[in-house]
Write a protein that binds this ligand. Structure first.
Ligand SMILES: Nc1ncnc2c1ncn2[C@@H]1O[C@H](COP(=O)(O)OP(=O)(O)OP(=O)(O)O)[C@@H](O)[C@H]1O
Ligand SMILES: [Mg+2]
Length: 315
């Protein structure tokens, strides 16, 4: 098996492949290419973006915003870009009543409390993860290719889930302590036991974390051979691993080939890159495949272009 190819993914048989890295390095390009690859192999594939500024629709030249959509030119491939306004609507549909029941069990509030909570920071991100989870357990897909938000965004998404889980645990303990006092105050106001609601949320947060930390969820780092790219990749890799995620491979994008280096300009850029390519290979190649993706002369856009890049990533 080549250690300079994404083919290792076929051995690992992941259920989810996340593409992570700094802004603009090629996450969407590599995620789309990988999705096309697995779909062509016959896997029922979903390409999903949780980037609040997504570009899957532009990449596929197809409107996939908000709704899971079949890509007409690639059998087995469906794609969706999360629409965060819709995410909040879905959150309200799913959790709105529970939020109201829970809060009204100890505070005299009206139903507009749901709007207030739905506007709280982090709710949309929180729901983005449970949206991915629902698709993950739907059994509709053999593999989910996940185009994530640039570095910081994805990490805060993961940390938020962890914090949420811990807080719910605390909330449940606290609730048990004040339960009898509260029930005297709120006699008859709630239909369901608030502790049960908290426990259900805690369970949801827990299964989402398990999905992320499962070995069948693989993160692929995407970087460029320049100091900023290398340093940030190191931080992202550390953070992902600290969080318990499996980092399975690194893609060095925008690599200048020798062929492209026959003018002075390209020769100096190639020399500049070589230093970082060596550094990245030194750091990662013992532990995982390191795949070099040359900078292309064409714009990577549309399925045709993705097929050309696929040949390079999966050769
Ligand atoms: N190897 C390549 N050769 C030529 N163009 C490329 C290559 N890789 C990426 N591009 C182009 O670079 C631009 C940025 O790539 P892409 O959108 O995949 O990055 P991204 O990491 O998803 O960015 P963002 O962080 O903004 O989501 C796109 O226009 C893409 O077509
Ligand atoms: Mg992108």
């Amino acid at each position: 098996m080549s250690t300079d190819s994404l083919r290792f993914l076929e051995e690992v048989k992941p259920r989810i492949v996340m593409f992570c890295g700094k802004g603009g390095v090629g996450k969407t390009t590599c995620a789309s290419t990988t999705a096309v690859h697995f779909a062509l192999k016959g896997y029922r594939t979903l390409l999903i973006s949780t980037d609040p500024a997504p570009s899957l629709s532009d990449m596929l030249e197809l409107d996939v915003r908000g709704e899971v959509t079949q890509v007409p030119s690639v059998e087995n491939l469906e794609a969706v870009e999360l629409d965060y306004d819709r995410v909040v609507e879905l959150w309200k549909e799913r959790f709105g009543d529970e939020v109201y029941e829970l809060i009204s069990s100890f505070l005299p509030v009206e139903e507009d409390i749901i709007e207030y909570v739905a506007g709280a920071p982090g709710i949309d991100e929180e729901f983005a993860l449970s949206y991915v989870y629902d698709l993950y357990i739907s059994e509709k897909y053999d593999i989910i290719i996940w185009d994530t938000a640039p570095a910081g965004g994805t990490l805060s998404l993961l940390k938020l889930q962890d914090t949420f889980y811990t807080h719910l645990g605390e909330a449940a303990k606290l609730y048990v302590k004040v339960r009898s006092a509260l029930s005297a105050l709120t006699e008859g106001r709630t239909q369901r036991d608030p502790l049960k609601i908290i426990k259900e949320w805690e369970h949801l947060a827990q299964v989402v974390l398990e999905m992320l930390k499962d070995e069948s969820t693989q993160a692929c780092l995407v970087t460029i051979p320049e100091a900023l790219g290398v340093n940030q990749t190191q931080r992202v890799a550390n953070d992902l691993e600290k969080f318990g995620l499996h980092v399975g491979g690194v893609i060095i994008n925008h690599v200048l080939t020798e062929e492209a280096a026959n003018t002075g300009f390209y020769m100096s850029r190639r020399e500049m890159q070589l230093k970082y390519i060596e550094e990245i290979e030194r750091t990662y190649s013992d532990a995982m495949p390191v795949v070099k993706l040359p900078l292309q002369s064409f714009e990577v856009k549309g399925v045709e272009a993705l097929r050309k890049v696929e040949e390079l990533l999966f050769r």
